[in-house]
Design a protein around this ligand. Structure first.
Ligand code: FES
Length: 136
């Protein structure tokens, strides 16, 4: 699901009038950040993570957003939010990322916590350099 579809879904939920404040809060809680792409890497500002437990990046050439979070050990985790079971878009969360299609659950480092997925989420290398993070 791209950002446009995500926002459309949020609007649909809001229009249903069910638990409006709670749903809307969860929808607007996802922080998409801007990025630049150079050669084979994606550059984001490290400060973009300062106010959010995780952020999302939507490169044009990928089928799903990249989830980026800083782990407790001060390393970063960057994951493609595409389920390894049948390619649905995985829902981002602070700790456990769930696939809405068949219920697979992944850790915030991409490992499978609950099947039917058997392979981890695609994980990108993250390199820290000054005020930027480089994802490749
Ligand atoms: S596509 Fe994600 S669990 Fe099936």
């Amino acid at each position: 699901m791209d950002r446009k579809h995500f926002l459309k879904n949020c609007a649909g939920l809001a229009g249903a009038g069910v638990l409006f404040p709670l749903l809307w809060q969860s929808c607007k809680g996802f922080a998409y950040v801007s990025h630049t792409t150079e050669a084979d890497r994606i550059q984001v500002k490290k400060s973009d993570l300062a106010e959010h437990p995780f952020v999302l990046i939507q490169p044009a050439n990928l089928p799903a957003p990249i989830y980026l979070t800083k782990l407790e050990n001060d390393e970063y985790s960057a994951l493609l939010l595409q389920c390894t079971h049948r390619a649905c878009e995985v829902r981002p969360a602070v700790k456990e990322l769930q696939c809405p299609c068949h219920g697979s659950v992944f850790s915030n480092t991409g490992e499978v916590l609950e099947s039917p997925a058997e392979r981890p989420l695609r994980r990108f290398q993250v390199i820290e350099d000054g005020e930027y993070l480089y994802i490749k």
